[in-house]
Design a protein around this ligand. Structure first.
Ligand SMILES: [Zn+2]
Length: 717
């Protein structure tokens, strides 16, 4: 859903010079060093937006939103992948950068550090804003209901989160303040913010607030004089997994893993645990880490034609040259010839012997005479200009990863279990649909190896492998991942370029590809749902059709081929979410996909609490109640996402993780985002805690199957 909220502060307009940004004058913590980003640098930036309209424009234009926009101190915060130029534009429109979550080079450094460290081992709140609360002596005109009040403690700090509804639903100016008291008698208060969904008032809420101890009482008052009953906040998630037995083995992740590393890990696990593992080659090979070779013929700043090979660069086209020549004689026609790996365009001349071909004529001639080898388009701004004598220019695919095999990639799944014959309830965990989410395969591989290693020593793990058939796809999108590791850290999509015409200009090379998690069939862009784009350069490009991509087809093929799969977890990063369907709504009327039945909603939420509890067991990370729920409610509408197809079409209870919860910074009293490629220690922590969550999902499946066999239900299609 597009999140609609009220904000109370006036917009802070920041004048931007050379993309050097300063902190806002108010509404945030004391300024640290100014946030700077050069024009061509790409980074993940937490931006305080000017207003809801600015957010709506960003969503409508397919901005690369990394996270659900949040509200803090009444202002909207969004995490965006931006170039310095884009950030400058946004800032000129009134936005303010508040945190560089990750710079483009950070991932590469964190990867290198993680590998070095692994090798070494082998060898060896919130400030309370001024609420501007009206003083109201008049009689109450609204009543308040506390819908949720949860508390938890993590790393020694207790937090409180509340959700309160007013009966004055149509008054956008109602302000609600929550007051709390701890067991020790400490008291305090904080403001809530209005939350609308589909233009309808839902409730007021705030980010988790630090409190000095266990809260035992909470109540709310409104600016209209309304008051709630006092309630006792509930412990969240209040579910604890079985304790791990002595000697339980974990921590199988000691560095970030590239797709090649993942392939090797799959192979090793299959060899090491032969009796418990099958490796499944998924049916659709991907394009591979490959691109067409391309060159500018001419000067793109003056007059140029973009010449591209029809085949990939690795198919003999890297190094091919292209040039234009002056024939040196009068009255010559425009000709195109290709020999000895040189494409030569001889320009037409007039009666005086002057070259007279235009850029358009040169492009058209190449396309007409060499359609099997080359595609040519006129560079933006060069239409109709005289074509200069230029070149030879060398065509190149531009790929930097010299150790990545340039051939179609076979995506693999691990199948784990004692009975891998479809007779047991199936669970599917899959990760890295989005290339840049480097921590996610660490989660699924840690999970897989925990199940296998402990099956030999821990009877409880052995029993799970007796009862459950586990499928794991560690990297759904290896081509994009290879590109993210070698070329462009912020790559989200796959490597298939469906752009035509001017959008194939290599200056857009980091924007090509299909968003795999927008390419599925249910609630898709093609069905009129929100949260995907038809623009091939958008971060959420849906592809040419539903399941147009090998990668998405593989996930569905695995689920279809194994109808015993009843539970699935789609592992993404970052932000700390736990979600389930519906994941999309229609543009027209903002109608979501059907809500699960009461029984299924109960199962989704009850299981979520168990799994959130298991995640917290590792290092105390608690996924917020406000980020636990249906995708469309707690994150945003994601048209054509995989979980929706698994749930609505295949009857699978399909969840999504966003691993990488915000970290509380007690120095600034702020929640801070961790990004896609954090320093390895953080990614490692995520792998450990979320692997524990996946183990709990296996227990949920086992319990469900046991109850089901007692009742005799089957998967609903
Ligand atoms: Zn993702």
């Amino acid at each position: 859903m597009i999140v609609r909220r009220r904000w109370t502060a006036a917009a802070t307009t920041v004048i931007l010079f050379s993309a050097v940004l300063s902190h806002p004058a108010s509404g945030a913590a004391a300024p640290a060093a100014p946030i700077t980003l050069s024009a061509t640098e790409t980074a993940l930036v937490r931006v305080q937006l000017r207003d809801q309209a600015q957010l709506d424009r960003l969503v409508a234009t397919g901005a690369d939103l990394a996270n659900r926009p949040r509200i803090r101190d009444g202002r909207i915060l969004a995490d965006l992948v931006l170039s310095g130029t884009q950030l400058a534009e946004l800032t000129a429109q009134g936005a303010t950068a508040v945190q560089i979550v990750q710079r483009a080079g950070d991932g590469e450094r964190h990867y290198a550090e993680s590998v070095r460290a692994a090798q070494a081992r082998t060898a060896a709140g919130l400030r309370a804003p001024a609420t501007g609360q009206r003083s109201t002596a008049a009689a109450a005109v609204d009543t308040l209901q506390v819908q949720q009040a949860y508390w938890w403690t993590t790393t020694g700090q207790t937090f409180l989160q509340a959700q309160v509804a007013t009966t004055a639903t149509d008054d956008p100016d109602v302000e609600i303040t929550v007051s709390w008291r701890t067991a020790d008698g400490a008291t305090g208060s904080f403001p809530l913010y209005r939350f609308e969904d589909s233009g309808e008032y839902q409730y007021h809420y705030a980010l988790p607030q630090p409190v000095p101890g266990r809260p035992v009482q909470l109540s709310a008052t409104s600016s209209l004089g309304g008051a709630s009953r006092a309630v006792t906040p509930t412990l969240w998630p209040n579910a604890t997994p079985p304790p791990l037995p002595a000697g339980y083995q974990k921590d199988f992740i000691d560095a970030y893993l590239t797709p090649t590393d993942i392939q090797a890990r799959i192979k090793r696990l299959a060899r090491q645990y032969r009796d418990l593992v099958d490796v499944i080659d998924l049916p659709n090979k991907t394009q591979g880490y490959r691109r067409n070779a391309v060159a500018y013929l001419g000067n793109p700043a003056a007059a140029a034609v973009v010449v591209e090979s029809v085949r990939f660069g690795d198919q003999g086209m890297n190094g091919v040259q292209v040039r234009t020549v002056d024939p040196g004689r009068a009255n010559r026609p425009l000709t195109v010839g290709y020999r000895d790996r040189v494409l030569t365009v001889s320009l037409a001349t007039d009666t005086a012997g002057k070259a007279v071909s235009t850029t358009d004529e040169v492009a058209a001639a190449i396309n007409a005479r060499q359609p099997d080898r080359f595609r040519a388009t006129v560079e933006d701004g060069s239409a109709g200009l005289p074509m200069p004598v230029a070149g030879p220019a060398r065509l190149d695919d531009g790929l930097q990863g010299t150790e990545v095999p340039a051939r179609p990639w076979t995506v693999q799944a691990l199948r784990l279990g004692v009975h891998r014959d479809g007779s047991r309830v199936g669970v599917l965990a899959y990760s890295q649909e989005h290339a840049r989410e480097w921590a996610t395969p660490l989660v699924t591989l840690e999970f897989a190896e925990r199940m296998l290693a402990n099956s030999r020593t821990d009877p409880a793990t052995r029993e799970l492998l007796e009862q459950v058939d586990i499928f794991v796809i560690p990297t759904v999108n290896p081509d994009g991942a290879n590109y993210s590791f070698n070329d462009f850290a912020m790559q989200r999509k796959n490597l298939v370029n469906h752009c035509v015409g001017a959008a194939r200009d290599p200056k857009y090379r980091t924007s090509w590809g299909v968003d795999i998690n927008r390419n599925y069939t249910v609630g898709s862009y093609f069905d009129g749902y929100v949260g995907a784009s038809a623009n091939c350069l958008s971060g959420t490009y849906a592809g040419t059709a539903e399941l147009s991509e090998a990668e998405s087809g593989n996930v569905i093929a695995l689920a279809q081929t194994h109808p015993n799969i009843r539970f699935a977890m789609n592992v993404h990063s970052y932000g700390g979410y736990f979600m389930w369907p519906p994941g999309a709504y229609r543009a027209d009327g903002r109608v979501t996909l059907p809500r699960p039945s009461i029984d299924e909603s109960t199962l989704f939420l009850g299981s979520a609490r168990r799994i959130v509890g298991a995640i917290a067991q590792e290092r105390g990370t608690v996924t917020w109640p406000s980020q636990t729920g249906p995708v469309a409610d707690v994150l945003y509408s994601a048209a054509g996402n995989s979980a929706d197809q698994l749930y609505y079409e295949l009857g699978i209870f399909a969840w999504d993780f966003e691993v990488g919860n915000d970290l509380w910074n007690p120095a600034t009293n702020q929640w801070e985002g961790v990004g896609f490629q954090p320093p390895f220690d953080e990614a490692h922590g995520e792998s450990q805690e979320y692997a524990g969550g996946l183990v709990e999902m296996v227990r949920v499946a086992r319990d469900y199957a046991a109850a089901e066999s007692a009742e005799g239900h089957g998967r609903t299609h």
